[in-house]
Design a protein around this ligand. Structure first.
Ligand code: GDP
Length: 537
């Protein structure tokens, strides 16, 4: 695959920084639980040599590693609450894989992680097709024009009709498809894949995991390998696929209108090499990022980054808090000073960290596209921008309107002040959103997924000795309110005080009992904008 590196990183006209940026691919995997994301992740990491043993990514029960050991509920539910990043190198390229939690419960972390990637791999179970969670994550990708590469997994098992699967992607996601490979044989008779672009067949048995050109095998020869294969039917099908498929257009892919489709079996480590090759060839280099001042090019030599996730106590031995920052431009060198634009203060980046599956190591340097962990004691918040001195803030790291709103009830009323502090901290970390009603009523917490409430409860108890319960509140919905006309906003707030709360930044939020109330209020609030996504600044 050295040709990929040659077309990107080794171009002589590029500066060393541009060459480093050009070899980065930062991506996430989106899928429905059980489609095979964990298995595929393991196999991708094996290709990169980032881990030596498959089966380490989601070790269950006692074998769970210390990093995700930080919270009991993770172990109990056998899920990963944390979103982590895995970096591996392959054929001259640096891949940063940002993991999204595999549980069906949503958390804002999942969404925000997608703000930090340049592309995504959509894993589909061949027997199931597009499932609910895949669609939801896909919608988030589409909002951000993130290009998608599709991997149709579990081809070693009985699958749905392949044409029908592609049709489903096209219809339900309004996304054109170009099959890059095509399965030969189905289910138990699955023999391998045909390389639609270059011709040739890669066989499941024998070297399927490798990358590079597929073997040139005559279809008639294939029939000899499996008596159930009808050679002429296979030939017809492959001809049809080659002729009738939409040609792959890089631009349409990069704009999010078309997805290249690969078939394989993560479990059998088949088709993974093709997928990785496709990622290297087609997935975009680190993109330019919008800020409130200007568009920041990845190759801009001045370092800039934004924080998209905060995680506390990742390692029980360290009791630290790590801010995950996506580098948007330039180079980060260990020991450099960065400006935290929100406060205007400078902070030394003395031990930025890289993550390799379950290990972390100190990063001496990182480039645009990379994700580094920055240990801190509460200085950094989600959405924070770090620069080399310039004053701008990246836009587009969103807060999402919570789908569940609850009132926090303290069993010990004496600890109200402590709870206030703890909730402030939890909201800065992005564990939950906290809304403080203007009328002085107790704080409400809002979450996108119910799991976040469990996380909050467990952490308040473990870290602050605050036992809490959640009560259903009279409010079910929250919307940020704003207006171009300050007076109009003030009037609206004054007229609705009992339904207005402040979020963590002091921005006003309208709380509604239900959709009906919300609609009713909206209709009468001329000039007021109600939004369910807020850009964190
Ligand atoms: P996740 O929930 O998306 O992370 O899915 P996992 O990777 O944990 O896979 C779910 C189940 O499907 C596990 O039992 C895997 O062994 C199985 N699985 C994953 N990939 C394949 C595959 O290609 N073929 C078959 N037959 N099973 C697979």
């Amino acid at each position: 695959m050295s040709d990929i590196a040659a077309t990107t990183a080794e171009s002589p006209a590029r500066s060393p920084l541009a060459a480093e940026v050009a070899r980065r691919r930062t991506f996430a995997i989106i899928s429905h639980p059980d489609a095979g994301k964990t298995t595929l992740t393991e196999k991708l990491l094996l290709f990169g040599g980032a881990i030596n043993l498959a089966g380490q990514v989601k070790a269950k029960g006692e074998r769970r590693n210390t990093r995700s050991d930080w919270m009991k509920i993770e172990r109990e539910r056998g899920i990963s609450v944390v979103t982590s990043v895995m970096t591996f190198e392959f054929e001259g390229l640096v891949f940063n894989l940002l993991d999204t939690p595999g549980h069906e419960d949503f958390s804002e972390d999942t969404y925000r992680t997608l703000t930090a990637v340049d592309s995504a791999v959509m894993v589909i179970d061949a027997a199931k097709g597009i499932e609910a969670r895949t669609r939801k994550l896909f919608e988030v990708c589409r909002l951000r024009d993130i290009p998608i590469i599709t991997f149709i997994n579990k081809m070693d098992r009985e699958s749905r009709d392949v044409f029908e699967l592609l049709d489903e992607i096209e219809k339900t996601l309004a996304l054109d498809t170009t099959p890059m490979t095509w399965p030969v044989g189905r289910g138990r008779d699955f023999l391998g894949t045909y390389d639609v672009i270059n011709g040739g067949v890669r066989l499941l048995e024998g070297g399927g995991a490798k990358t590079g050109a597929a073997q040139q095998i005559e279809i008639a020869e294939l029939a000899k390998l499996n008596a159930n294969l009808d050679a002429s039917a296979v030939k017809d099908e492959l001809e049809l696929v080659t002729e009738a498929s939409k040609p792959f257009e890089l631009e349409a892919f990069r704009e999010g209108h078309l997805t290249p489709v690969y078939f394989g079996s993560a479990l059998r480590n088949f088709g993974v090499g093709d997928l990785l090759e496709g990622l290297g060839k087609f997935a975009p280099e680190p993109r330019a990022q919008d800020s409130d001042q200007r568009r920041v090019e990845a190759t801009d030599p001045r370092m800039s980054a934004f924080v998209f996730k905060i995680q506390a106590n990742m390692d029980p031995n360290h009791r630290d808090r790590i801010a995950f920052a996506r580098l948007c431009s330039g180079k980060l060198s260990r020991g450099m000073k960065a400006k935290l634009v929100r406060t205007g203060k400078s902070m030394p980046l003395s031990s930025p960290q890289f993550f390799f599956a379950q290990d972390r190591s100190v990063a001496d340097e990182a480039f645009a596209g990379d994700v580094v962990g920055i240990p801190n004691h509460g200085t950094l918040r989600i959405g924070d921008t770090l620069t080399e001195g310039e004053d701008f803030n990246f836009v587009g790291v969103p807060s999402f309107a919570p789908e569940i709103v609850r009132r926090v009830r303290l069993t010990d009323a004496m600890k109200a002040k402590k709870l206030k502090e703890a909730l402030q901290q939890m909201s800065e970390e992005g564990v939950v959103q906290v809304f403080r009603p203007r009328d002085g009523a107790p704080a409400l917490v809002g979450v996108v997924g119910a799991l976040q409430l469990d996380v909050l409860k467990a952490r308040l108890e473990a870290e602050y000795s605050l036992p809490v319960e959640f009560e259903v509140s009279e409010f079910q919905l929250a919307r940020w309110v704003s207006s171009e006309d300050r007076k109009k906003l003030d009037t609206f707030i004054a007229a609705n005080t009992s339904s207005i709360a402040d979020d963590v930044d002091g921005d006003p939020v309208y709380l509604a009992r239900n959709e009906f109330y919300l609609g009713y209020t909206k209709e009468r609030a001329e000039g007021i904008e109600f939004t369910n996504v807020k850009d964190v600044k």
